[in-house]
Write a protein of this length. Structure first.
Length: 266
């Protein structure tokens, strides 16, 4: 797929946004804590060549490392709203993974013009489960301290099956390519933030993709801590995959996106 890069002004600087032209609604991808625009490479490769797409590195990560804070969820949501409003003409669907799923929920709750749907991929739920304790968050904040800790997280927490070397190396690079403040904001604060009030304001169609072997956001956590707050959402479980669903099972994610677009176009 051919993409062009456009510059979107945001507080403190700008974001480089990669835009794939084609038919809408456009899919606006929002990566996980530790990810980048590249997290979605495999998914985009499995989409029809004429599908419109938008992706970018969130504030403090990758190509957006130089952007100053704050890096909290509301700022990330402001950035995402600006990206969607600037880079998309017409309808769009937010596609958020993990942390990006929580950011996407906040934006969807604002009911921006053009929003046609929301796809949550192994998302952080709006209601933090009881397992998100202070001890858990402190430990999580050190997951990306070094190449060794990132590899451990990838091999023992984030994936259910070993990633091919090139994908594993890319994930390690992405997880280390962050401002320290951005790297710590999510585990120390964002993951524990209750956004159920916002989630209840989401009106567009919502589909949730859970990974059967996800130990970060297991299907039962999403059933208990997300579905009650977005009751019109549908949940589908992808077998044989872990938390890095876009990287482990990109074809399944792309198929689900295609099915969702077909449904909302009817």
């Amino acid at each position: 797929m051919t993409e062009t890069t456009m510059t979107v002004p945001v507080p403190g600087g700008s974001l480089d946004v990669r835009v794939g032209g084609g038919a809408g609604p456009a899919l606006v991808f929002v990566h996980y804590w530790g990810g980048s625009a590249g997290t979605w490479n495999g998914v985009i490769d499995h989409l029809p060549p004429g599908q419109a797409t938008v992706r970018f590195d969130q504030r403090g990560w990758g190509a957006s490392q130089a952007l100053p804070g704050p890096y909290h969820l509301d700022q990330l949501a402001d950035d995402l709203a600006r990206v969607a409003g600037t880079s998309v003409r017409g309808a769009f669907v937010l596609v958020g993974h993990s942390m990006g799923g929580k950011v996407s929920q906040l934006v969807a709750a604002r009911r921006p013009a053009g929003l046609a749907g929301l796809v949550l991929v192994a998302p952080a739920p709006p209601q933090p489960p009881a397992t998100v304790t202070e001890e858990y968050r402190q430990g999580l904040s050190h997951a990306y301290d070094s190449p060794e800790t990132v590899r451990h997280a990838l091999d023992h927490v984030l994936t259910a099956t070993p990633l091919p070397g090139i994908l594993r190396d890319a994930a390690v690079r992405d997880s280390l390519a962050a401002r320290a403040e951005a790297r710590h904001e999510w585990p120390l604060r964002g993951i524990a933030q209750d956004v159920t009030g916002a989630a209840r304001d989401i009106e567009v169609p919502v589909t949730v993709l859970a990974a059967a072997d996800d130990v970060v956001e297991p299907p039962h956590v999403l059933r208990d801590h997300l579905l009650p707050h977005i009751p019109h959402a549908t949940l589908t479980t992808v077998p044989g995959a872990g938390h890095l669903l876009p990287v482990e099972a990109p074809a399944a994610v792309a198929t689900a996106l295609g099915d969702f677009l077909t449904a909302i176009r009817r």
